[in-house]
Design a protein around this ligand. Structure first.
Ligand code: FES
Length: 119
C-alpha cells in the first residue's frame, strides 16, 4: 500500500542529496520545479522565471529568497511572491510552488501545486 497520496510526487531524492548552493531542477507531473535546501529545509518552486524564463535554479540564493540570474527579479521561496521593490510596488508575478513532505522511506515528496508554472 502506498504511503503517499496518489496526487503527490515522490522525487526519489533524499534531502541529504541536496546542496544549499546547488538547487536541483526536477521534472514533475506538473512541469519543471526546483528543489532548494534552505537552513535544512527543502523548498520547491517552479524552475523557470515567470518574467522571461530565466533558470531560477541557477539564481543566487540568500536566506529563503532567490534572485533570477537574468534580470534580478527576487522571489520568496516560501510564498513564491516577487519581493524586490518593483515587484512589491507593482504586484503580479508569483511562482508556482509545492509543499514538501518526507516519505516513510525518507525521500522528498511534493504535494500537487495549486497551479502549474506559467512558463
Ligand atoms: S527572466 Fe527572470 S527576471 Fe527576467
Amino acid at each position: 500500500m502506498p504511503d503517499t497520496d496518489p496526487r503527490d510526487f515522490d522525487t526519489g531524492l533524499a534531502p541529504e542529496e541536496l546542496e544549499p548552493a546547488r538547487p536541483r531542477p526536477i521534472a514533475t507531473p506538473w512541469g519543471s520545479f526546483a528543489l532548494f535546501l534552505v537552513d535544512g529545509r527543502v523548498l520547491c518552486v517552479q524552475s523557470f522565471c515567470p518574467h522571461l524564463g530565466g533558470p531560477l535554479f541557477q539564481g543566487t540564493v540568500a536566506g529563503s529568497r532567490v534572485t533570477c540570474p537574468w534580470h534580478e527579479w527576487i522571489f520568496s521561496l516560501e510564498t513564491g511572491r516577487r519581493v524586490d521593490l518593483a515587484g512589491r510596488l507593482l504586484g503580479g508575478s508569483v511562482l508556482a510552488r509545492c509543499d514538501v513532505e518526507r516519505s516513510a522511506r525518507g525521500t522528498i515528496v511534493l504535494r500537487a501545486p495549486e497551479r502549474r508554472p506559467s512558463i
